[in-house]
Design a protein around this ligand. Sequence first.
Ligand SMILES: Cc1ncc(COP(=O)(O)O)c(C=O)c1O
Length: 342
Amino acid sequence: MQTKPAIEQLTPYKVKDVDYTIKLDANESANYLFKDGIDLSDIDINFYPDTNSTFLRETLGAYFDMSADNLMVGSGSSELIELIIKTYIAPGEKVLSFAPSFTMYEVYTTIHNGSYETLPVESDMSFDIDKLIEKANEINPKLIILCTPNNPTGYQTPKEQIKKLIDNTDALILLDEAYMDFTDGSSSFLRETPFYDNLIVARTFSKAFGLAGARLGYISAGLPIIKSLLKVKTPYNVNALTQNLGIQALKKKPLVVDYINDVIARREALKISLKDLGLTVYPSRANFLFVESPLKALDKRLLTYGILVRNFAEFNEGFYRISVGDQSQNKALISALKEILS
Ligand SMILES: Cc1ncc(COP(=O)(O)O)c(C=O)c1O
């Protein structure tokens, strides 16, 4: 049976199926919140879960001091990003973002018959918001997706630049703040979405909370947007185990704060070590570094040491994204690189 035309050009999402000992390719975190196990004894697993994840949204609302009504949760922020595209993008309508950025924006836009347009990042990996506004005025996108800090570059857009974008476009704006937990949060719009009619912020438990395996993400938005998204959301989209786990995780804020500070310290130390090896390392506010090396296929060479990093040749030959590992993983990475580069 023929699929709809938009699907024909797609390829399945591929995760590297190779042997490794150190995984630094997907910006995950350590399992530090539940290393003593997970207590799931209270869950009525025989019933469908609360379709609106009410208790989880209320706990999230209390965590961020905002109304649960402005929050929606999903099976990873991926589900919510697709939900937004599904809800707002009619066939042929445009989605505008920077390149490189999170690859799934284009995939979801394509699946829903939208047209994905990009603006290249500057040579220092920064975003030129004036150029984005200019391009938006020219092509009139329905949706602009801005990832900050950006995956894979780590670039964080200053708050006043985001405000300028909001003030200068009629498009719906999705700020993907998947890595915002690794910053001081001062450029976040999470709590400000209720004051705008065209702004959504997406976040995830997959990164700073170390719960990528549980699939949990959330968005904040004004009530009219939430009302529209609820019409399209799959019922029971977040399973009972994950709803419960999210609530337990939010009660462990001090551990999260300590972990984030630790990642930032390790990131900055790793950056210095990589620079000492002669690599170009771009400023990053996330839990990974975007690195440029004169060596092609550095990822393949690192794999011979059991270390998995992400090659970004699709952006430019010689670019790699490396997650910040724990101390011993970072040490192993540096000593492997020393051998490879010598
Ligand atoms: C920028 C960005 N947004 C969203 C996601 C999706 O995260 P989740 O695990 O919540 O679906 C990722 C995952 O890597 C990401 O890098």
